[in-house]
Design a protein around this ligand. Structure first.
Ligand SMILES: Cc1cc2nc3c(=O)[nH]c(=O)nc-3n(C[C@H](O)[C@H](O)[C@H](O)COP(=O)(O)OP(=O)(O)OC[C@H]3O[C@@H](n4cnc5c(N)ncnc54)[C@H](O)[C@@H]3O)c2cc1C
Length: 380
């Protein structure tokens, strides 16, 4: 088994690492405080191709795959998970187009993603984990669709040039009655309401979206009618390794900060890492971070090979997110009272980690997927 990266993969990883250290880290605390969208950083990232990594070169993208995305995601999230999410979310929005878009849709919307953010709108006030229960409705008209409903927690809705919106076109068919639509900003009846205040990843925006009888042309349907749920789940198989990689980056940063602090801080006449109670925390953080990284890369590698990866993506997402939450909490503990101070970096890591257990499917939902896949596997 060959764990090494190709020269091209090492190159993009190094580019992201340098960008994280030189551009992201110096700006991270400021955006965490202001919760402003980091436009200047996203512009710089765009020049390096990070906002459109997976779109094929024919559509103006870099033409890379899920494995390169996780390499970049880990490095950027090491610098700041909120900024990493802001830069890389466009890759999530590109996925449904790559999975189900016509040539014309890809040409138009992947070009838009090259210049501005897009958004992925599945969640509703009364339907998050239970995506099949969404109530947004698209009714067929003589020349298109009429879309009405309400979405919430939609990342980058305030800045997005368009949204991929999931809506019921045939509610009687449950999951099979969901379809996906491309909804451009500026359409009458589309309103992005409150920007939601957040605990962490504050450089990444999220908002509510109201759709009040939005008229859409027929060609705004993405894929076939009734394909929406299948598209959404396929997207998750590819995007969950990216979120897992954010978590690995956050865990690695927590470990690096904790190791550095534990070699500098003295108590009872010696550096605190020499106390087994502290040293073993560092060892455990290193071990779990590396395990999360390997799960993440395997899940991404399978997607890159075109192999089914639903189980591996769920393993990676849940394990890496849970590890990030645990490792950042341990890092705060290693820092003692200073860990609790906003003047040190580790409390932000802890706040940034929490949502990794929630978005793109909660840690509980990942476990329900694991059970389903394990039972289906029939190895027993
Ligand atoms: C910062 C942020 C950004 C987001 N960005 C987006 C976005 O861009 N687009 C988008 O569509 N959505 C987005 N979301 C929404 C996110 O995906 C949902 O919040 C998430 O899927 C959980 O749904 P919920 O909040 O409705 O919680 P619920 O589904 O109500 O879950 C509440 C609790 O019940 C548990 N639970 C529910 N069902 C089960 C079950 N079957 N078994 C065990 N436990 C269960 C959950 O794990 C959770 O602990 C974002 C959320 C946040 C916080």
């Amino acid at each position: 088994m060959d764990f090494s990266l190709t020269p091209e993969q090492r190159q993009i990883q190094a580019l992201a690492r340098t960008f994280a250290r030189e551009v992201v880290v110096p700006a991270a605390a400021g955006y965490d405080q202001s919760a402003a969208f980091p436009h200047p950083i996203v512009s710089e990232a765009r020049k390096l191709g990070f906002t459109h990594l997976i779109a094929p070169e024919a559509y103006g993208g870099v033409g890379l795959g899920p494995l390169e995305v996780v390499l970049v995601a880990e490095e950027l999230a090491w610098g700041c998970a909120g900024i990493a999410a802001t830069i890389l979310l466009n890759n999530l929005v590109a996925e449904p187009l790559l999975i189900a878009g016509t040539k014309e849709q890809k040409q138009k919307y992947l070009a838009l993603l090259r210049e501005s953010p897009g958004a992925y709108a599945l969640t509703e006030p009364h339907a998050g984990s239970d995506a099949g229960a969404i109530a947004t409705r698209a009714n067929k008209t003589a020349d298109g669709w009429l879309l009405s409903g309400r979405k919430t927690w939609i990342s980058h809705a305030p800045e997005a040039a368009f949204l991929v919106v999931f809506a019921k076109t045939g509610p009687e068919a449950a999951h099979k009655g969901i379809s996906a639509f491309l909804v451009e900003r500026g359409r009458k009846g589309l309103e992005v309401s409150k920007k939601l205040p957040k605990m962490g990843q504050r450089a990444s925006s999220a908002a509510e979206v109201v759709l009040d009888e939005v008229e859409l042309p027929a060609d705004s349907l993405l894929g076939n009618e009734g394909d929406g749920f299948r598209i959404a789940m396929k997207v998750f198989d590819r995007s969950r390794p990216m979120v897992a990689a954010f978590a690995v980056g956050v865990s690695q940063r927590a470990l690096d900060e904790a190791v550095h602090y534990a070699t500098q801080r003295e108590a009872f006449g010696q550096p605190i890492h020499q106390f087994q109670g502290v040293g073993f925390k560092l060892a455990e953080m290193g071990m779990r971070t590396q395990a999360a990284r390997l799960l993440t890369r395997e899940a991404a590698w399978k997607a890159q090979q075109g192999q089914p990866n639903t189980l591996e993506a769920a393993y990676a997402k849940a394990y890496a997110a849970d590890t990030a939450m645990w490792a950042t909490t341990e890092a705060v503990q290693v820092f003692g009272g200073y860990g609790y101070s906003t003047e040190y970096p580790v409390e932000k890591l802890m706040r940034d980690a929490k949502v990794l257990q929630i978005y793109e499917g909660t840690s509980e939902i990942q476990r329900t997927i694991m059970v389903r896949e394990l039972v289906r596997d029939k190895r027993w």
